[in-house]
Design a protein. Structure first.
Length: 408
């Protein structure tokens, strides 16, 4: 389940830019809107599907239905011939896909707990197969020659429908009926966690989460297109960076799996604020190295940028989740984690997608040619400003014992 969950996403997420810009020749501003659908879906759907799974339908069945519906939407995408229709079809696919990320966790936790497994020990090695699935899909799309073709959507759709059908064979995960009958509509949607914005530290944390969520979308949206467009220069046309761009980008995901192992050491040694600052510095390096890298003498910069991505992604997402865990009341901990995801993967992804598309079109594109050097420098500057502001305004005292206790 974990492998196919992220295989569905990896088959097209990193390469859709090549299809959009290279095959379809559509605009950057409209492309930004495509990635905003991930954010909108993350804002709208997880809370709704969470309520449905908690009250009415077995989680594994809801999970299966959503994957089949999402797969059918992906099958239709190659038939689409204009960017507006493409937007609505991919939006439909994402409304089905994004809630399955949290549902897959719920299904896994339920099955493991029902069989008396230690979730803390057993779940992480299972979840790693999700990253392996994402990498495998990226490699399949590239090595089969489909990093710019509509076939990437067929690959994703097939995996989604297979996973959807397979889900009905999973052990039953009946509704938990965890939501009280007396709960208000706001509580049912987890909106009571918005009270956390009344605390200066938490409000700042969630705002920075949104800005860094935007940074993550920038790299997902434009990384593979950037490498592929080196092919327009004759001296680089046959380089591995151009022909196997998705494989090069997959170093980022491989790095992710390795940096997860380093997090306990860094958190204990430096504390949450410092680790989050390291993440922001890593984003500056991610973008800055791309700005100066090329497929020849600068190949090491491109590879190092992909390695640094693991630190940039993991150190914020996991340490951020731990910060929420250690600083919020246990009664609203789940809602607070949902709010963290809503700000980063929801609003951050939405604004990151829309604004970056407009900025690149207006300031960094001339006659259809994108100025990647200055695009990446602008993104690096964006990450640098966030990092400096975070260092100045965010106050948090490091307590090594608290981290150890929570981790174990």
């Amino acid at each position: 389940m974990s492998f196919l969950q992220f295989f569905v996403w990896g088959a097209w997420l990193i390469t859709v830019g090549n299809y959009w810009f290279g095959t379809k020749q559509w605009s950057g501003e409209q492309f930004g809107a495509i990635f905003s659908t991930l954010g909108l879906s993350s804002i709208i759907m997880p809370a709704i599907t969470g309520i449905i799974a908690d009250k009415w339908i077995n989680a594994e069945k809801l999970y299966g239905v959503l994957h089949v519906l999402g797969g059918l939407a992906l099958i239709y995408i190659p038939q689409v011939e204009d960017p507006i229709t493409f937007y609505w079809v991919i939006f439909g696919a994402m409304l089905c896909y994004m809630p399955t990320i949290s549902l897959s966790n719920s299904v896994a936790y339920t099955i493991l707990k029902n069989n008396n497994y230690d979730v803390v020990k057993v779940f992480p090695p299972i979840r790693v197969w999700g990253t392996i699935g994402f990498i495998a899909a990226m490699w399949l799309t590239n090595l089969s020659g489909n990093k710019a073709s509509a076939n990437m959507f067929y690959i994703a759709a097939l995996a989604a429908i297979v996973l959807g059908i397979y889900s009905f064979s999973l052990p039953k995960c009946p509704p938990q009926k965890l939501i009280s009958k007396d709960a208000t509509f706001a509580q049912k949607l987890g909106l009571d966690a918005f009270k956390l914005f009344g605390t200066y530290k938490m409000a700042l944390f969630f705002i920075f989460s949104m800005f860094l969520g935007g940074a993550l979308q920038l790299t997902n949206m434009y990384g593979d297109v950037f490498l592929s467009e080196f092919g327009k220069m004759p001296e680089y046309a046959t380089s591995i960076v151009v022909t196997k761009s998705t494989l090069i980008m997959s170093i980022s995901q491989i790095s992710e799996t390795l940096f997860i192992l380093a997090i306990p050491f860094f958190l204990k040694r430096f504390g949450i604020k410092q680790v989050m600052l390291i993440s922001m510095l890593a984003w500056v390096l991610r973008f800055g190295l791309f700005a100066y890298g090329d497929p020849a003498g600068g190949l090491w910069m491109i590879v190092l940028s992909c390695v640094v991505y693991g630190m940039a992604f993991d150190f914020f997402n996991i340490s951020g989740s731990l910060f929420v865990e250690t600083t919020t009341d246990s009664k609203m901990r789940s809602s607070a984690q949902g709010l963290f995801m809503m700000m980063s993967n929801g609003f951050g992804a939405f604004f990151g997608g829309i604004v970056s598309g407009i900025v690149i079109d207006k300031f960094f594109t001339t006659d259809g040619v994108r100025d990647w050097h200055n695009i990446w420098l602008a993104f690096a500057g964006y990450a640098m400003v966030i990092g400096i502001a975070f260092a100045i305004f965010f106050k948090h005292k490091h307590n090594p014992d608290e981290i150890v206790d929570r981790n174990h």
